[in-house]
Ligand binder design. Structure first.
Ligand code: HEC
Length: 117
């Protein structure tokens, strides 16, 4: 296969970073890694996880307790504020998630909301 070397060269560092949990070195890969981390936070790491209350197609989330994030399309700042401060029925995640996790989930939601997955 003509492309397999380049595919391996591009994909392997991403896979490695996913497995060992550190960000790879290029800016492109860094963005991808942050997005992956944000998705992980959204779907599993946050306790309770965001998807039980929110719909977000990219994350496969269909919760209906909070607003549909695909419709709301919040900015990164707005997500961060909600996650840090809590919002009515939504708990605050300050001290529950690390600042890195909160940044990642805010960037992730702002990036994918409304894209339909
Ligand atoms: C227990 C249910 C619940 C969980 C878990 C939850 N939320 Fe919410 N969230 C809500 C509710 C309810 C609101 C709306 C409150 C209102 O408008 O009165 C809300 C509002 C929001 C908003 C909109 C804030 C605004 O400015 O209008 C964002 C963004 C948001 N949540 C993101 C998240 C993220 C990211 C997570 C996971 C880290 C999360 N939520 C977890 C229930 C939840």
């Amino acid at each position: 296969m003509r492309n397999s070397f380049w595919e391996t060269a591009l994909v392997a560092p991403l896979l490695m970073s996913f497995i060992i949990g550190t960000a790879p070195t290029t800016t492109f890969a860094q963005d991808e890694a942050t997005e992956d981390l944000g998705k992980q936070v959204f779907t599993t790491e946050a306790a309770p996880n965001c998807g039980i209350c929110h719909t977000l197609a990219d994350a496969g989330a269909v919760g209906e307790i909070g607003p549909n994030l695909d419709d709301l399309m919040p900015s990164e700042e707005r997500v961060r504020a909600a996650v840090l401060g809590g919002f009515e029925a939504m708990p605050s995640y300050e001290g529950v998630l690390t600042p890195e996790q909160i940044d990642a989930v805010a960037a992730y939601v702002a990036e994918v909301a409304g894209t339909g997955g």
